[in-house]
Design a binder for this molecule. Structure first.
Ligand code: PEP
Ligand code: MG
Length: 422
């Protein structure tokens, strides 16, 4: 497909920080995408280029925008690329660094995602169908959503805290039923919090979950289970956590609230939570470079629940290969901006699949109204999404896209539980 021209602009994300909007123009029209941005970022992620000058407290992305408008534009405008991979490989070669620090992963991803949309239009198919073709996935699937209803840690201005407490509506026969159960439970939880603590407790964190004055993780989980009961769903909804533990790891110790844990003690703590609250998935239970801690955790809980690597893996096949060899976890958190191109994101999902791991396609805490990852999760057919609370438009844009896709899929390919249980 011939790219006529590309360009980019600086726009704002859900936190009011600048991010990259990019556009690819072809014979079929103009196709654009916006790039998300994390707060609890892993240190091994591809580089997000920020201006570090006086504008927006140093968070401007004009350098990345300029890289699209100059270097990338020169390399791809007027050129014919036969596939997503050919375009992405050209971007990777042009950047020439391991962590995309030359062009910036934000510049590259904006063009990579826009190209996916342009190519789908060229072929006259939906973006999720194109992703399925590239991934060799015969059955596009709607995901089971992980809905982040209680926000903590960096997303709520807190320290030494579990970051995400999520509802997983597992036992439903369609995505829309699962989402409805999650949204209803979210509202029941809101009422319970208001009754218990007053309206202040229902203010929202970065991902749309509530931030109540509840310091104890067990109290939070207890309340979530009560909300599930009261909403009438009981055991049809399970609980997942993203501990984002790199944020509370220092000098070999993990601190949650006033408590300090060794990796072994933290594994025991998690095992207790799994037992008591029926948790089915824990993300970043250990810190990004604590391989020993991950191995201990995986040998303790990996047969029983899903252990998701986010900061550990950073959607990077090289880090995944180490994790597979070391038996460090059993699931990939896939974030497109951690690696910077669509092709490499799909490669990570394919490696997860070959390794008998599950994959959870994820948003970032800084998002936009772009719903690309909704098509991505369906096309990959990996069965799980993590797009935040069922509230705030930058989160809901993804859920609403999934609701639009649902009737387009064959009945038998609509929904499938893919929690890894060893
Ligand atoms: C996460 O840690 O999984 C997450 C979505 O947060 P952030 O985007 O801040 O890394
Ligand atoms: Mg995470």
């Amino acid at each position: 497909m011939l790219i006529k021209r590309v360009h980019a602009r600086q726009v704002l994300d859900s936190r009011g920080n600048p991010t990259v909007w990019a556009e690819v123009l072809t014979q079929k029209g103009a196709f654009s995408a916006m790039v998300p941005s994390g707060a609890s970022t892993g240190k091994h992620e591809a580089l997000e280029l920020r201006d570090k000058d006086s504008a927006f407290g140093g968070n401007g992305v004009q350098k990345a925008v300029s890289n699209v408008n100059n270097q990338i534009s020169k390399a791809v405008s007027g050129k014919d690329f036969s596939s997503q991979k050919e375009l992405d490989d050209a971007l990777i070669k042009l950047d020439g660094t391991k962590n995309k620090s030359n062009l910036g992963a934000n510049a590259m991803l904006g063009i990579s995602m826009s190209y996916t949309r342009a190519l789908a239009a060229e072929k006259g198919i939906a973006v999720y169908d194109l992703v399925a073709q590239i991934a060799g996935q015969k059955r596009p699937l709607l995901p089971i959503p992980q809905l982040n209803v209680l926000n903590g840690g960096k997303h709520a201005g807190k320290e030494n805290d579990i970051q995400e407490h999520m509802l997983m509506p597992m036992n439903f026969s369609s995505f829309s039923d699962a989402l409805q159960a999650g949204a209803e439970t979210y509202h029941v939880l809101k009422k319970m919090l208001k009754k218990k603590f007053g309206s202040q407790a229902t203010l929202l964190g970065d991902e749309g979950g509530f931030v109540p004055p509840m310091e104890n993780v067990e109290d939070r989980l207890e309340l979530m289970l009560l909300a599930c009961e009261e909403a009438g769903y009981g055991k049809k909804i399970s609980i997942a956590l993203d501990c984002a533990s790199s944020e509370f790891f220092e000098n070999g110790k993990y601190s949650i609230g006033a408590k300090s844990f060794s990796a072994g003690e933290l594994s025991d703590f998690y095992a207790g939570l799994v037992e008591k609250f029926g948790i089915v998935s824990i993300e970043d239970g250990m810190a990004e470079d604590d391989w020993q801690g991950w191995k201990e955790l995986n040998s303790k809980l990996g047969k029983k629940i899903q252990l998701v690597g986010d900061d550990l893996l950073v959607t990077n096949v090289e880090r995944m290969k180490t994790a597979i060899e070391e038996k460090a976890c059993n699931s990939l958190l896939l974030k497109v901006n951690q690696i910077g191109t669509v092709s490499e994101s799909i490669d990570a999902a394919l490696l997860a699949k070959r390794s008998n791991w599950s994959t959870v396609v994820s948003h970032r805490s800084g998002e936009t109204e772009d719903a690309f990852i909704a098509d991505l999760v369906v096309g990959l057919g990996c069965g799980q999404s993590k797009f935040g609370a069922p509230a705030r438009s930058e989160r809901v844009a993804k859920y609403n896209r999934l609701l639009q896709i649902e009737p387009q899929l064959a009945r038998e390919s609509v929904f499938s539980a893919r929690i890894l249980r060893g």
